[in-house]
Design a protein around this ligand. Structure first.
Ligand SMILES: NC(=O)c1ccc[n+]([C@@H]2O[C@H](COP(=O)([O-])OP(=O)(O)OC[C@H]3O[C@@H](n4cnc5c(N)ncnc54)[C@H](O)[C@@H]3O)[C@@H](O)[C@H]2O)c1
Length: 357
């Protein structure tokens, strides 16, 4: 039996990971501050199994680390605690840097002074670190377009074009090959987490698994946090019988990966300590417009409307190649998108319950 500490373990992914680890016979502890944006009632979620040792605390506070490490001697730490609002990070950069960057540094400082160190740290990083990643022209020239300008977005020029103006298409990211180029502050803080952890773990001979997650969805995602979880947000809108507002031209590309597939990948990392950097997605890119249509249809809601609105810092396309994860972790996503959406809709509270809140 291994002891696993999950920071942010009361969140969407952490609850499912706890279930997976407990099922494998591990002893699971969670450090979580029950962030009000994620947990409006500030209570431990029902999704977190009773067998988990819950330690309330803030990853950015040395006192929280002292409290948790006084009673938990983790063989591995899975670091999930984070501020995750992409758009919000532009207006509240201190808050994001404090939890994501300083919180990671505080964890390392606590471990540095602890008589017990875990042999392995697993980080849930994000596809956001790639920004818009690499694109390729029809002639086969690869380039990194960087962030779309406000002028470009205002003009409704959604897609990137090659430096000579010719058309181009996105290439799925490949961890270790695609160069990270964050285009928003959340993404920059997730990349900073990777750098901090790599520096410390190499110096202290601790294994580090970095899993760059694509868009995770599934039952249990916060329905009240409007800053994350586009699919959950769409489901809520459609269940209320309202029209889903689809940004840009509806052709934004994402890779939606079911939460239990992500939990399996994290659990497999815990099982196989190593230094690794992998992308975790479904390996199947889809457009936001297509997801909106599937959700609306399944709820018998009005058809989605493409509004041409946009958010600064949103990338045009994100998807990944999962071959490295398959080789390193035996990772194999199991949930087709339509089945995953059906599972979300089954789980979501009814529209009437939303209105009652
Ligand atoms: N959900 C996704 O689509 C996705 C995609 C890529 C990466 N990730 C990463 O996965 C991790 C988990 O994401 P999630 O979707 O489960 O998010 P979530 O918001 O559901 O869970 C995060 C948990 O962290 C806790 N937390 C926040 N600030 C904290 C602090 N200062 N101290 C202690 N706990 C704190 C929250 O209370 C919450 O329980 C995050 O690091 C996120 O960056 C998620």
């Amino acid at each position: 039996m291994a002891t696993i500490l999950i920071t942010g373990g009361a969140g969407f992914i952490g609850c499912r990971l706890s279930v997976a680890l407990l099922a494998a016979g591990d002893d699971v502890a969670v450090l979580d501050n029950l962030h009000p944006q994620v947990h409006p009632t500030r209570t431990v979620p029902r999704n977190l199994p009773d067998e988990v040792r819950f330690v309330p605390g803030d990853v950015a506070a040395a006192s929280s680390w002292a409290a948790v490490l006084a009673t938990v001697r983790p063989d591995a730490i899975v670091h999930l605690a984070a501020e995750t609002g992409t758009g919000q990070s532009l207006t509240e950069p201190t808050r994001h840097a404090n939890v994501n960057v300083l919180g990671t540094a505080a964890m390392l400082e606590a471990l540095e002074h602890s008589p017990h160190r875990p042999g392995h740290i697993v980080l849930a990083s994000s596809r956001a670190v790639y920004g818009d990643g690499a694109w390729i022209t029809n002639e086969g020239t690869v380039f990194y377009p960087g962030q779309r300008s406000a002028a470009q977005l205002d003009a409704g020029r959604w897609d990137h074009s090659a430096p000579d103006g010719s058309p181009a298409r996105p290439i799925p990211s490949v961890a270790g090959i695609t160069v990270p180029e964050p285009t928003n502050i959340y993404a920059a803080t997730k990349l900073a987490q990777e750098h901090l952890l790599r520096s410390w773990t190499q110096a202290r001979q601790v294994d580090l698994s970095i899993l760059r997650l694509q868009n995770v969805y599934g039952p249990g995602q916060s329905v009240t946090n409007s800053y994350t979880g586009v699919l959950t947000f769409f489901a809520r809108t459609a269940l209320e019988g309202r029209v889903i507002d689809v940004y840009e031209d509806g052709e934004i590309v994402r890779d939606f990966v079911f939460v239990d597939d992500v939990a399996s990948a994290l659990a497999a990392s815990v099982r196989r300590p190593a230094n690794r950097l992998v992308d975790i997605g479904s390996g199947r890119p889809t457009t936001i417009g297509a997801v909106a249509r599937i959700v609306a249809e399944a709820c018998a809601a009005p058809p989605p409307v493409v509004s041409g609105r946009y958010r600064h810092g949103d990338v045009r396309a994100a998807s990944c190649n999962i071959d490295t994860a398959a080789g390193s972790l035996g990772y194999e996503p199991t949930k087709p998108l339509t089945d995953g959406i059906a599972a979300v809709l089954d789980w979501m509270p009814t529209a009437a319950e939303f209105r009652a809140r």
